[in-house]
Write a protein that binds this ligand. Structure first.
Ligand SMILES: Cc1ncc(COP(=O)(O)O)c(C=O)c1O
Length: 408
């Protein structure tokens, strides 16, 4: 994180924990049951219970818990038979994991530019990226903002494509009355340290198809099957299991989620209404059809011309230096060093990808490149602050309008 720790001390610290987390963890240690066991011989009570509780929170039928959100995407893709020779369309504006999980399956990610207002995948641009090799699409609900899933599912159905929703930022987000993660074939979540429900590291896959859930489970637990002998391995699988420690903490975090979610949403609404009154500031716009946005990070796009020509790094330095925790947004995937080359994995042909070498030029991804050059974001704990603290942010940003280049 590039924001200075010093700036964080004036705002709520994340993670928020109390005796409940401490007791839950102590109980696991004392129980001596530190892992979840096998599907027909559960040990510990937390992983299996957490799967049911998280499925309920997200309105899905099935949930498989895993050790992080990156392997959650990989497991969903693997269970959907994505692999060698396949292409997977991914938003260009996301954390590297949305694409590195595709690389892990031996498929090739293809990057899709974004909508300049909602900052998520521009569904209108998906169709032009589809080739005969396309097998799946990964919409990323960035900052909690849902991709237009109704439109995306139409495109996916027309072309017989699988859809894995990357919901790492979108716990509790709801589009047209249906929680994200339930529109596509599967939805994946992260519980990494900065996420709104966290155990430091952790992940989950939700879905509404029993056979798919079984296949995902089998992949993350060494190819095992429910109710079968422990040393029978039916298919290729690996070990991405969640520990009892992670699940115990997550179960207490789930209990706190709805109150925090409500506060984050109220504060995000307030910031949106006040910051958008400032000439030269535009906050992320909820996608039309969003019923509830589960705010995570809060991105802002600014117009340097309206702020005395401030560069974005100067912009967030000034905020941080004045006690307001602010960070850079994700550099677009096409611009990352790993996607400028095309030899990521031995034996895989990346030559048809829309990135690598000259193809990674910003000119080929005009919207995201422009947005990234002018955007900063507040961490989610800002959205748990008091109104007074938010007013400090708003007033400080207004004061930056008086910046002159000499001060820059
Ligand atoms: C959009 C997105 N997808 C996937 C991940 C991967 O999650 P994890 O860090 O739990 O592996 C992250 C993590 O920050 C993310 O932001």
């Amino acid at each position: 994180m590039s924001f200075k720790q010093e700036a964080r001390k004036f705002y709520p610290k994340w993670p928020i924990y109390n005796e409940k987390e401490i007791n839950a963890l102590t109980e696991v240690i004392k129980s001596g049951e530190w892992w979840c066991g096998a599907p027909d011989a559960h040990q510990g009570k937390n992983v299996w219970a957490f799967q049911e509780e998280f499925a309920q929170l997200q309105g899905s039928e099935y949930c498989v818990a895993v050790c992080n959100g990156t392997v959650a995407i990989e497991a969903a893709l693997m269970a959907l038979d994505v692999g060698l020779g396949d292409e997977v369309i991914v938003s260009d504006y996301t954390f590297v994991a949305s694409a590195s999980a595709v690389i892990a399956t031996n498929a090739v990610p293809i990057f899709c530019d974004i909508n300049p207002n909602t900052l998520v995948m521009d569904v209108n641009k998906v169709e032009e990226l589809i080739t005969k090799r396309t097998k799946a699409i990964i919409p990323v609900h960035l900052g909690g903002n849902p991709v237009n899933m109704e439109h995306l599912m139409e495109v996916a159905l027309n072309h017989d494509l699988k859809v894995v929703e990357d919901c790492a930022h979108a716990h509790g987000s709801d589009f047209k009355g249906r929680k994200v993660g339930n529109w596509g074939d599967a939805g994946t979540f992260s519980f990494q340290a900065s996420k709104v429900i966290t155990s430091g590291e952790g992940g989950a896959i939700i879905c509404n198809n029993g056979e798919l859930a079984d296949n995902i489970y089998s992949y993350i637990d060494c190819g095992r099957k429910k109710n079968e002998y422990f040393y029978k391995h039916f298919s290729y699988g690996t070990n991405y299991r969640m520990t009892e420690y992670q699940a115990a903490i997550l179960r207490t975090q789930i209990q706190k989620f709805s109150e925090q979610h409500k506060l984050r949403n109220q504060n995000a609404e307030y910031l949106m209404s006040e910051l958008n009154k400032i000439d030269g500031i535009k906050t992320m716009e909820p996608t039309l059809g969003t019923t509830s946005l589960g705010w995570y990070v809060f991105p802002i796009v600014f117009d340097p011309a309206k702020f005395g020509g401030l560069t974005k790094s100067k912009f967030y330095d000034k905020l941080n230096d004045n006690g307001i925790p602010t960070d850079d947004c994700y550099p677009p995937l096409h611009s990352l060093d790993c996607f400028k080359c095309n030899n990521l994995k031995k034996g895989i042909d990346y030559s048809r990808a829309n990135w690598g070498g000259e193809k990674s030029n910003d000119a080929h991804f005009p919207i995201v490149s422009d947005v990234y050059s002018r955007s900063i974001e507040f961490p989610q704990e800002m959205l748990l602050a008091s109104r007074g603290k938010l007013d400090i942010v708003i007033e400080f940003i207004k004061s930056l309008k008086n910046t002159t280049l000499s001060q820059d």
